[in-house]
Design a protein around this ligand. Structure first.
Ligand code: SF4
Length: 243
């Protein structure tokens, strides 16, 4: 208001400024503010928390309630649900039949697994998998040589041929590392601060700031709107501390 000589800008002016002038430079401005806060000792960039929250989108909440919409979307929804169920089933099968069990022992030098009966499961191939989100991962496939007549077979796997397992070594490494960090002394202290550090920010924004619903649509609009809220939150905190 002071910048505009105390004239109240029209909402169209604000919207135009936000969409046309601010959007291309927003990330840079946001980064500069974080650097400023860090330099002045208001925030530490040594520890970063990742947390999630849900905010209602700008979409009409009654879209799927009206009969016309329900009928129109019914067929599409059924196809999507069927695809989702098939995927869940596939993932479940993967986790129960194709993953190493806790009884399997991995020999990293020889790059093979030893099954509960002492048989070596040698690597047969590596595969590149690309997830729905475009993430590439390397999966190694190991196979037992002969499961015929094994007394543990019914408990071990459901495959008609020899047992085969799939392992993502990089993912296992990250999981081990994350578990060690989370259960370390420092990890326990950091975790105990979650309600104060990240969760309190969402509480401030959503409950005290009454920010429960997005007004802009699309990924760019949502990023911009939430980014502005986060930026305002940071500046507000800084102003409270210096006043
Ligand atoms: S079924 Fe095959 S993989 Fe499983 S314990 Fe027996 S020999 Fe090993």
């Amino acid at each position: 208001m002071w910048l505009s000589g105390m004239t109240r800008p029209d909402y169209r002016t604000l919207n135009w400024f936000r969409g046309k002038r601010l959007k291309p430079h927003f990330d840079e401005i946001f980064t500069q503010i974080v650097i400023l806060l860090s330099e002045q000792g208001f925030v530490s960039l040594k520890v970063q928390y990742v947390d999630g929250t849900k905010l209602e989108s700008c979409a009409n909440k009654y879209t799927f309630v009206w009969r016309g919409s329900v009928e129109k979307n019914d067929a599409k929804l059924k196809v999507r649900v069927a695809a989702l169920l098939a995927k869940i089933e596939k993932d479940n099968n993967l986790s129960s039949d194709e993953m190493p069990s806790p009884e399997d022992i991995y020999n990293s030098q020889g790059d093979y697994y030893v099954c509960p009966m002492g048989q070596h499961m040698e690597k047969v191939r590596d595969e590149i998998r690309i997830s729905d989100g475009g993430y590439r991962s390397l999966v190694s496939v190991y196979r037992a040589k002969n499961c015929e007549g094994c007394p543990l077979r019914s408990m071990c796997h459901k495959s008609k041929s020899n047992r085969q397992i799939e392992v993502n070594h990089q993912l296992n490494f990250y999981r081990r590392e994350a578990r060690e960090l989370l259960t370390s002394e420092e990890g326990l202290v950091r975790r105990s601060r979650r309600p104060i550090e990240p969760e309190a920010v969402f509480g401030q924004l959503k409950a005290n700031g009454m920010f429960r619903r997005m007004r802009l649509r699309g990924m760019t609009g949502v990023s911009l709107e939430f980014g502005l809220k986060a930026m305002a939150h940071n500046i507000k905190k800084m102003a409270q501390k210096v006043s």
